[in-house]
Design a protein around this ligand. Structure first.
Ligand SMILES: Cc1ncc(COP(=O)(O)O)c(C=O)c1O
Length: 365
């Protein structure tokens, strides 16, 4: 909750007055392991391709971009089909400035009956709902952070939300939901004429079957993806969704005209062209994650099993530990979960720095 005193001359919406702007602390550090970015920068070849693509379109910047991002959506459909064996077409894909904008568009288009999510999960889901004026229902997980699917279905049937959100692998816990359970939840959502939104921001790091494979049979399933994590492209701001073409038609109603710049579209096309290279770091990050989990366990921490590029682990005094790590140049995330902190998997040097700082803070164990 915000302490900010808003001036009386500012006609701010009353329901926003007590909010604080979202954001992890941006503090200079030697190891920045707090926002689940990919630590590996784009390869020199990709940088060259981005520059080439941008110089191709630079001479057209007096014109608005392709409003419907047809080439990009076609390339995204092909990418998803390659990795998931689906047969998606361009008219089942929507793209925007990061998956946060995708989430906002879903709220703007489809949330008359409120939205449901299962806490702890991505904290922006309820926050974007609130800013969009959508009622948010907070469902719950088991104490080990897994989702009790029967319980989740009961909540869907009871609340009958227009939108139900799940995140798999889940942020901040790293835990996954099986595709069979997702299908069960999708059926429950369909029975109350609701959409099931599956946020797969971290899916490329996981070995689970994607909910993309459910799209053929379940018109109400929507899968959100991003280039910010596995693709190592967070600075570009490119998120997208795959779903039924009627949902895409609804996205066209709420998008701002020309929302996705020519430069963004060009850079994203270059990344898709170099997808093998861009995604090559995924295998490295999975291995680093497993090594990091082991090192944390050896230091006596409980580690929540993660299929993502981050790890939630137990510590006695999260606030104190967060500060002590920062004092040693390591920035991780206090996600507000009692007894836990979250660390993003970094490069080898950053991971070692984190583990040695943690060892030091735990008293040199
Ligand atoms: C689960 C989840 N969804 C969506 C996002 C937003 O990603 P972006 O807007 O960068 O695509 C994040 C970012 O951390 C996330 O953790």
């Amino acid at each position: 909750m915000s302490q900010h005193q808003w001036p009386s001359w500012l006609p701010l919406r009353a329901d926003l007055a007590e909010l604080s702007p979202y954001g992890a602390p941006q503090v200079p550090s030697l190891a920045q392991l707090n926002t689940n970015e990919n630590p590996y920068p784009p390869s020199p070849e990709l940088v060259e391709a981005i520059v080439a693509r941008i110089s191709e379109v630079a001479g057209t910047l007096n014109r608005y971009p392709d409003r419907d991002a047809i080439k990009l959506r076609t390339a995204l459909a092909q990418f998803l089909n390659n990795i998931s064996g689906t047969t998606l077409s361009m008219d089942q894909i929507w793209a925007a400035n990061g998956s946060n904008e995708i989430i906002q568009s879903l709220f703007l288009a489809c949330a008359d009956r409120g939205a449901l999510g299962f806490t702890p999960s991505y904290s922006m889901h309820p926050l974007i709902a609130r800013v969009a004026g959508v009622r948010w229902h907070e469902g719950h997980r088991r104490t080990d952070f897994t989702l009790d699917i029967k319980e989740a279905i009961a909540q869907v049937l009871d609340l009958q939300p227009g939108l139900t959100f799940i995140t798999t692998p889940n942020n901040p816990t790293g835990t996954s939901i099986s595709v069979d359970e997702i299908a069960q939840l999708a059926r429950a959502c369909a029975s109350v004429s609701g959409l099931l939104i599956v946020d797969e921001a971290y899916a490329e790091f996981s070995r689970d079957i994607s909910a993309l494979t459910l799209l053929g049979e379940h018109a109400n399933v929507v899968v959100i993806r991003t280039m910010s994590k596995a693709f190592a492209f967070a600075g570009v701001r490119l998120g997208y969704l795959a779903g039924h073409k009627e949902l895409i038609a609804a996205m066209l109603l709420v998008r701002l005209p020309y929302h996705l710049s020519t430069l963004t579209q060009a850079a994203a096309m270059a990344a898709l062209e170099f997808q093998e290279q861009s995604l090559a770091t995924v295998a490295t990050l999975r291995e680093s994650r497993d090594r990091l989990a082991q090192a944390l366990e050896e230091l006596g921490c409980t580690v929540v099993p993660s299929s993502a590029n981050f790890i939630l682990f137990s510590v006695e005094h999260p606030n104190k530990m967060w500060r002590s790590l920062l004092d040693q140049g390591v920035l991780i995330r206090d996600v507000g979960l009692s007894g836990y902190l979250r660390v993003t998997v970094g490069n080898e040097v950053e991971n070692e720095r984190f583990i040695s700082a943690l060892r030091q803070s735990l008293g040199g164990k």
